[in-house]
Design a protein around this ligand. Structure first.
Ligand SMILES: [Mn+2]
Length: 509
């Protein structure tokens, strides 16, 4: 009987202790979620339920009374800074990977990477959320270091406070400063040169890496160091910081103006991968902000064109160079990294945005595009007036590496390009009677072709345009629709005669 009483006492006291432990545990884990999280939050484990603003990649809604302040703050970085500041630096994100990616196995001895992040007046919250997401979601055995390159920011918190903060992080983080505003290209070169990892991973300063982002990238490089890899770039809303999965069904291309654009992955690339969407996509171009490259290979193929200024065109330049000089450029669909896409740039461009991008594009066209550069020059004649500096070192690099011609690239890497691989002439088609020209009138695919006043370019040649299927002839615009040419029975009247006028480039340049 007494023994039973003893047992009851022992049981009761241990129960009290257990409850006390639980209380302490709960109390401290609660505290992680609230006031402490912005500064010292433990690495967030994805899947663990948390309920702060933006957790799980959810959108942040700003209450009505703060809308005015929010708009004011938006202007600072051209994204919703107020929302960003409400979100924990280590917020959780959804696992947006394809099912087939989640249990892929990668070799143990992957090469280690340095992560190089260039920033200019970046917000504290976005910059440090980028850094935290790298640290929290990468195996530390694969992380050599993080290198933050400050491209002459003016904000005080990016000086000593930043250096103090990153000292406490579990992975070595180095901060290097450019002496003057140098732009993305030169700042990245600086970051690359002082880093030491076998692989260099470039990230933008407002990214969030997701679970398992790094291993599939490094695995491709381990397999072949001439493979340059990009993650799928997910969208972090600039308005709400909502995290939205990017598509594995788009890849990088460009248009005649040499603007980078996303296009659907063509059937031939799906076929090559036998329909397995978890396999990397060969992409003609990269967006530029986020990619990994073997350090030696980066050197070997000539890093970046240091003659380019600030930003723009460098992504196409490195894309063409990789492909034409024997490398491979891929989007690794099992790797997801989010990026805050903005509608406007918060940066100032010394000398003006247009001038800089024209200069950079001119350099890449001159060095890499052979005769196909003319497509670009015709569509943006302003480009031919810019001073693009000396390109002899880049041209000799191309020579030295024995890179293939641009026609090879179009044929083998980007056959679905807007730039035709084979063309008869480059110019305009003018109606003999009306003296107007065929024009796409900035219309989109599957819309009517237009007819418009000619822009006026050199040499000509008379022809009749016969439609093969209907055996009818292209005629001047009809009465009902004066801007659209018509197809009628062939009469060989003047309205069915067209002049093909070649653009004679030396003439306009
Ligand atoms: Mn960016």
């Amino acid at each position: 009987m007494r023994r039973f009483a003893y047992c009851k006492v022992v049981l009761a006291t241990s129960l009290v202790w257990v409850m006390l432990d639980m209380f302490i545990l709960l109390y401290f884990s609660e505290c992680n979620k609230c006031d402490d999280k912005k500064e010292r939050g433990l690495p967030g484990r994805d899947g663990e339920p948390r309920d702060g603003p933006g957790e799980g990649g959810k959108p942040v809604v700003i209450p009505k009374e703060n809308q005015e302040k929010m708009k004011e703050m938006f202007k600072i970085n051209q994204f919703n800074l107020m929302a960003s500041e409400m979100i924990a630096l280590n917020r959780s994100l959804p696992d947006v990977r394809l099912e087939g990616c989640k249990n892929k196995l990668y070799p143990d001895n992957l090469p280690r990477t340095s992560v190089v992040i260039v920033f200019h007046n970046e917000a504290w919250s976005t910059l440090l959320r980028t850094v935290r997401s790298v640290i929290d979601r990468s195996p530390h055995t694969l992380l050599e270091e993080i290198v933050l390159v400050d491209d002459a920011s003016e904000r005080d918190f990016l000086k000593r406070p930043l250096e103090q903060y990153v000292k406490r992080l579990e992975v070595p983080v180095r901060v290097v400063r450019m002496e003057q505003r140098s732009g993305l290209i030169r700042a990245r070169l600086k970051g690359a040169s002082i880093s030491t990892g076998q692989v260099i991973t470039f990230l933008d300063a407002h990214c969030e890496c997701t679970t398992g982002w790094l291993e599939p990238l490094l695995a491709r490089i381990k397999l072949d160091k001439k493979t340059v890899v990009c993650p799928i770039i997910d969208v972090i809303s600039d308005d709400t910081f909502e995290y939205m999965a990017g598509s594995d069904m788009t890849y990088g291309g460009f248009n005649w103006k040499l603007n980078f654009r996303w296009y659907p992955v063509p059937q031939r690339e799906m076929d090559r991968r036998k329909g397995d969407r978890t396999l990397p996509v060969r992409t003609p171009t990269m967006a530029g902000g986020l990619f990994s490259i073997d350090r030696d290979y980066f050197q070997e193929i000539g890093t970046y064109d240091a003659g380019m200024d600030i930003w723009g065109g460098e992504n196409l330049e490195i894309s063409f160079r990789i492909w034409q000089c024997g490398g491979t450029l891929e989007i690794v669909t099992c790797s997801h990294v989010g990026h805050v896409f903005r509608k406007a740039t918060p940066y100032t461009f010394p000398g003006g945005t247009g001038q800089i991008i024209n200069k950079n594009n001119r350099r890449l066209a001159e060095v890499w595009m052979d005769e196909f550069k003319n497509f670009f020059y015709i569509i943006s004649p302003g480009v031919t007036k810019v001073d693009y500096g000396d390109i002899t070192s880049r041209a000799s690099l191309r020579q030295k590496l024995q890179c293939k011609p641009f026609s090879w690239y179009l044929e083998n890497v980007y056959p679905d390009s807007q730039i035709p691989r084979h063309y008869y002439s480059l110019g305009e088609i003018r109606n003999v009677e009306t003296n107007q020209c065929l024009d796409n009138m900035a219309r989109k695919e599957n819309e009517k072709v237009g007819i418009f006043n000619c822009h006026g370019m050199g040499g000509n040649q008379k022809l009749t345009l016969v439609h093969v299927n209907s055996n009818q002839c292209l005629d001047k615009a009809s009465e009902e629709d004066s801007q659209v040419p018509s197809v009628r029975d062939c009469t060989h009247s003047r309205s069915q005669q067209w002049l093909l006028r070649n653009v004679t480039l030396p003439e306009i340049f």
